[in-house]
Write a protein that binds this ligand. Structure first.
Ligand SMILES: Nc1ncnc2c1ncn2[C@@H]1O[C@H](COP(=O)(O)OP(=O)(O)O)[C@@H](O)[C@H]1O
Ligand SMILES: [Mg+2]
Length: 446
């Protein structure tokens, strides 16, 4: 301010002195007045320049101009710069938050009071078929039309979630719609956040569990009903010794069936719960194969007077690593299936070899009825049988191949099935290279 007064006085004084010097004493006051006027003109020009910059383009604020107007421009510029930095920092923070929500495996949709989409992350956009840019401010209920969800959105009661079919997403192979759990959480007054979660796998697991329990109960109930019937017959009817022993034989058969079922169930549950098979425990394939042969020959004789043409070939003398009990159970299952489903007189060939890439293959080929292509992918499902009564007749539980597949997977291998109806089948258990090593050839002493 003092600077402003002093420049004003200096301008008037300079005008006065100039008037006095040029036109004499008469022009002194006129000169001073003219000087003051000039100062005012200049002052107004500078004020207007500042005002016009503030109105139109803050970037063109005068720099390094002195005086009150210059200082004002400088301070405004400084404030603006600070505000700019703060805004940029706030924006960066916001972007980081959005990036974090984007990375969430759950879908997130922010909805305003009227139910219009304010923002959505990629996951939700994909699950709900929303375009993250085009559909902003669209009503969510226009895009997700499932009646259950529309009612839920309008109810303003969000204590539970609703589960719907995803409008646009299908599951990979089956083509069934993906199942989505949708839950809304209100925030900041009347705004809402919708969280979406893919619960397809969860629902499938639940269905599988229910089916499994129903299947097990059914499998146990059938022999149990027969058993109870025989017990009642024995209790109520006077039977001669022959009949009694016939009934007891049938009862023993049913009891045995239940026992096999329970054993298979226990094997499966052990496979699911146990630690992965050891990598350093090695078993000779020769021994496993010998055990298969012993069991196979006994089973063949037991099932059929005619028996089968069985062959067991060890092409390469190897050791395999893993859990011996599991490997034996998988191999025996394949051999017993081939013998059970191949009519008497048929051929069953069991073969161990090392493939050219070092993997080991245990295969069982039979000349049985074969399996139609549509059944093959489902054979390893629990309790899946092509012919229920045939499987029962031969003492099957429907769990054998489920066990084999489990064992294969636990050892990092796979179960391969090839079959031509009418010509026979070939089941192969392939073990990874790391689990197979050739046995050194026997020395001269052996
Ligand atoms: N070698 C085979 N030849 C023909 N069908 C087979 C053979 N092995 C398995 N199957 C079919 O696969 C089904 C499932 O086999 P598995 O899981 O071992 O149960 P099961 O206890 O019935 O033998 C069998 O019921 C049978 O229909
Ligand atoms: Mg079987």
């Amino acid at each position: 301010m003092p600077f402003r007064i002093s420049t004003f006085l200096a301008a008037s004084a300079a005008g006065g002195i100039l008037g006095f010097a040029v036109f004499g004493a008469r022009a002194l006051w006129f000169g001073a007045w003219l000087g003051a006027l000039l100062w005012f003109g200049l002052d107004i020009w500078r004020a207007r320049r500042l005002l016009s910059a503030l109105r139109h383009d803050v970037g063109s604020l005068p720099t390094r101009a002195g005086g009150m107007w210059g200082e004002m421009a400088e301070r405004i510029r400084k404030h603006l710069r600070e505000r700019d930095i703060q805004t940029r920092q706030a924006q960066d923070r916001l972007q980081e938050f959005l990036a974090a929500i984007q990375a969430s495996p759950n879908g997130v949709v922010l909805i305003d009071e009227q139910g219009r989409i304010e923002w959505t992350n990629e996951t939700a956009a994909q699950q709900l078929g929303i375009d993250t840019e085009r559909d902003v401010l669209q009503h969510l209920s226009n895009l997700v039309r499932d009646p259950a969800f529309v009612a839920y959105l309008a109810s303003w009661n969000y204590s539970r979630d609703v589960t719907i079919d995803a409008p646009s997403l299908r599951q990979g192979r089956s083509g069934q719609p993906v199942r989505l759990s949708m839950q809304i959480h209100p925030y900041a007054g009347n705004r809402r956040m919708l969280l979406t979660r893919d619960v397809t796998a969860l629902e499938q697991a639940e269905t599988m569990r229910r089916d499994f329990v129903a299947n097990v109960s059914h499998e146990i109930r059938t022999p149990l009903t027969v058993l109870v019937g025989f017990v009642e017959t024995l209790q109520n009817l006077p039977l001669d010794a022959d009949e009694r022993s016939r009934y007891l034989r049938l009862m023993a058969q049913q009891a045995h069936r239940m026992q096999t079922l329970v054993n298979d169930l226990l094997t499966l549950s052990r496979l699911e719960g146990n630690a992965p098979p050891p990598a350093s425990q090695w078993t000779a394939v020769r021994a496993l194969l010998a055990h298969c042969e012993e069991e196979g020959r006994a089973l063949s004789r037991q099932l059929n007077a005619q028996g089968h043409v069985l062959s067991f070939v060890l092409e390469a003398d190897c050791e395999i690593s893993g859990a011996p009990v599991e490997l034996q159970s998988a191999m025996s299952n394949l051999v017993s299936n081939a013998i059970r489903y191949t009519p008497g007189g048929g051929e069953v060939a069991v073969h161990w070899r090392q493939l050219s890439d070092g993997r080991g293959e245990f295969s069982v080929r039979d000349s049985g009825p074969g399996i139609a292509a549509e059944h093959i992918p489902r054979l390893t499902e629990r309790f899946y049988r092509i012919d229920r009564s045939r499987s029962r007749e031969t003492g099957g539980t429907g769990l054998g191949l489920a066990i084999v597949k489990h064992v294969a997977q636990r050892h990092g291998g796979e179960l391969r099935v090839e079959s031509t109806p009418g010509q026979g089948s070939r089941f192969a258990l392939v073990l990874p290279r790391a689990r197979v090593r050739p046995l050194p050839a026997p020395g001269p002493r052996a």
